[in-house]
Write a protein that binds this ligand. Structure first.
Ligand code: F6R
Length: 612
């Protein structure tokens, strides 16, 4: 998704901006640009494509200055070309970068065109720079113009603006999209960014802007206000992010590194939360256990892979805790009038904690009469964490590959902590509870064993490399694992993959099956195994190529002609969905590798989806 970097310092900052954009590459983008206040006035360089292309343009024309803004754009309004790339200018004096979407851009465009402004792009963003230019001339200063302009914008935004009428100044604001301020060396330089990663080489000290906040930075000072322009003070946080997370190390891709980090990431997620067959008290926050004792219903809301984690939890919460649970996609939930039964816990799941649909769903839920809101999230300083009453961090560490891997398995582990806590409260016998918690404690070792299947799965990947379509099948709490397997394959290899509950096959999708259709089934050793075996037979009877990712104890139930079987030690029914995810991830990875696609930054996708 789009990225912002801005800097004011007493030294040349072009490198800070370009390196910052490079650090944001993992979020996905399709064009980039920088604008600097130089001794020749405001100068800008923009290009479609990669930061390397922007760097080459800059090397050919190395503009320098001590104040400027930069952007990576992920196209929403208008194709990825130079004219649509940010920064956008109004005349020659003012430049702006924007993350988000301005919903009333058409009305503002008409108004500003009537006032004589010429538009050069198809973007929704360009109205912002012209409006701020107009207001700067009316109000006489950039910050007042920003404040007045923010009142006119409808939609979501984080922006950074610089004007050569105010040398050495950048102003910014956030509403709906994240923006953070970095405090640099000796408090004599200040930065803005949409993501702390962009600034880690320069500083570890950050102020996270709150919803509606506006900021003015100069090299030696800053001003922070709320949306009304009242000066506010916000805590300075020291980022603990490990610099190694941004290094692929010996791995060819971040995705592969992150797949291999899963045993450690899950162990970290369980660390200090489970011990000797028990889940420790109040791991969801102070007073959480009393609240959980009152829960009668659960609503889980998330997007994409995080939604699939929520789907697994739905099966497990209903089965083990006996509480009604629904899981819903955030972009649907946020526009619905939910009927909330008494004592319902609202749970969001998000790797980034900045997914706009999930955040908006949380804000929507706060008006709907829930017992409490809980976030399961990977980014401690994220908006989702800050706005939720209870929180369980997943501790996966930064996930750089766009396709979610360790975020998913750590979410599942965290959700199982919630499930078992609720199960214990709602009468699960002590012995069973202890056995289940011990199953969870075995998880890191089981994940490490599953990773040993890598070379076996690499061989199977060849089956897919020349295929256009694939089907994935699962039942019960493994149906969402089939969905996740299909999502991974389509995201990074661009093969069309669909997942179905295996029992649904004969109600339509079976018509697609022939010898050109690889079909992947997830086969845990559970009560539905015999049903799944019949579904596999249905595929084989139509000539389909089966690949079965099976619990090693389920293998005996499969017929000899049931296709390729990958045997996995899953360690029991609770954690089986997590363990069986690993072969799915490896399969997608190796297929993409054979196809030569951009694994860490798949086309059209972004890491943290901060627009609707
Ligand atoms: C898929 C993927 C996405 C995210 C989704 C939600 O591999 O990464 O589907 O899961 O965009 O993102 P978060 O979890 O950050 O809210």
């Amino acid at each position: 998704m789009c990225g912002i970097v801005a800097a004011c310092a007493n030294r040349p900052i072009a490198d800070i901006l370009l390196n910052g954009l490079q650090a944001l590459e993992y979020r996905g983008y399709d064009s980039a640009g920088i604008a600097l206040q130089t001794d020749k006035g405001l100068q800008r360089i923009r290009t479609p494509g990669k930061i390397s292309a922007l760097r080459q343009l800059w090397q050919a024309n190395p503009i320098q200055g001590e104040c400027g803004i930069a952007h990576t754009r992920w196209a929403t309004h208008g194709v990825p070309n130079t004219a649509n790339a940010h920064p956008h200018l109004s005349g020659s004096k003012i430049a702006l970068v924007h993350n988000g979407i301005i919903e009333n851009h058409a009305a503002l465009r008409a108004e500003l065109s009537a006032a004589g402004y010429q538009f050069e792009s198809e973007t929704d963003t360009e109205v912002m720079v012209h409006l701020i230019d107009q207001l700067e001339q009316q109000h006489g200063d950039l910050f007042s113009a920003l404040k007045a302009a923010c009142k006119r914008f409808e939609g979501a935004f984080a922006i950074a603006v610089t004007s050569s009428r105010e040398p050495g100044t950048v102003v910014g604001a956030r509403r709906g999209s994240p923006l953070v301020m970095g405090l640099g060396r000796d408090d004599a330089e200040h930065f803005l960014a949409s993501d702390v990663h962009a600034l880690l080489p320069e500083t570890r000290r950050f102020i996270y802007l709150e919803e509606g906040d506006m900021v003015k930075i100069r090299a030696s000072e800053y001003l922070l206000t709320d949306s009304e322009g009242t000066e506010v003070s916000r805590a300075i946080k020291i980022s603990q992010i490990d610099a190694e997370a941004f290094d692929k190390g010996p791995y060819a891709h971040f995705m592969l590194k992150e797949i291999y980090e899963q045993p450690a990431a899950v162990a970290e997620t369980l660390e200090g939360r489970v011990y000797a067959g028990q889940i420790l008290a109040n791991i969801f926050g102070v007073g959480a256990d009393e609240m959980l004792a009152r829960v009668e219903n659960i609503h889980i809301i998330a997007c994409g892979t995080s939604y699939y984690a929520g789907m697994v939890a739905r099966y497990q919460i209903e089965e083990l805790a006996g509480l009604p649970c629904t899981t819903e996609i955030a972009s649907e939930y946020r526009y619905r009038k939910p009927v909330v039964p008494a004592n319902t816990l609202f749970v969001t799941i998000s790797q980034s904690g900045e997914t706009l649909d999930t955040l908006s769903a949380l804000r929507h839920a706060k008006q709907a009469g829930y017992l409490a809101t809980m976030a399961i999230c990977n980014v401690p300083e994220s908006s989702l964490v800050r706005e939720s009453e209870l929180v369980l961090m997943t501790r996966a560490g930064p996930e750089i590959g766009v396709a979610s891997t360790k975020a998913f398995t750590t979410q599942l582990a965290a959700l199982q902590l919630l499930t078992l806590r609720l199960a214990a409260i709602n009468g699960m016998p002590g012995k069973e509870y202890q056995d289940r918690v011990q199953e969870l404690e075995q998880l890191p070792g089981l994940l490490a064993s599953a990773l040993e299947l890598d070379s076996e799965i690499q061989q199977l990947a060849a089956e897919f490399a020349d295929k256009q379509h694939a089907l994935y099948l699962g039942r019960g709490d493994h149906f969402p694992i089939a969905l996740e397997g299909a999502l991974k394959l389509k995201e990074i290899s661009y093969i069309h993959a669909e997942a179905y509950p295996a029992g649904e096959l004969k109600h339509g999708p079976l018509a697609l099956v022939d010898e050109n259709m690889p079909v992947v089934a997830v086969a845990p050793n559970d009560s539905l195994l015999q049903k799944l075996v019949s579904n596999i037979a249905e595929v084989k009877a139509r000539g389909g190529r089966m690949i079965v990712i099976a619990d090693k104890d389920a293998v005996a139930s499969l017929a000899a002609d049931h296709g390729e079987v990958v045997q996995v030690e899953t360690g029991g029914s609770l954690v089986a969905p997590i363990v069986l995810t690993i072969p799915m991830q490896l399969l997608a990875y190796h297929v993409a590798l054979l196809k030569g696609t951009e694994i860490d930054q798949p086309r059209n996708l972004a890491k943290s989806v901060t627009v609707e």
